[in-house]
Design a protein around this ligand. Sequence first.
Ligand code: SF4
Length: 83
Amino acid sequence: MDVLHGIYGLVQSSLGLKAASNETIIHRQKICNMCNKLTESKSKKFKKYLHRCSVCGCFLYAKITIKTEKCPIDKWKPEPKGK
Ligand code: SF4
């Protein structure tokens, strides 16, 4: 189920569906970059795309760009409607 959610998120993100604002993405990225639950990819070429959250297993590159996503431990929330 987590894998399907992750793949679904990557597809949504790639297609620009439910895209969060740049302001939201930057805000979320700063929080995730300081979080001890961040699992960094060892890949040099695709590093940016393969960082994952160790709590939910999501690829962060996709997760932080989808407005309806939320941090599993409430460090950041879905983007408010109408933003
Ligand atoms: S989504 Fe939440 S728990 Fe996961 S890395 Fe980001 S801040 Fe940490």
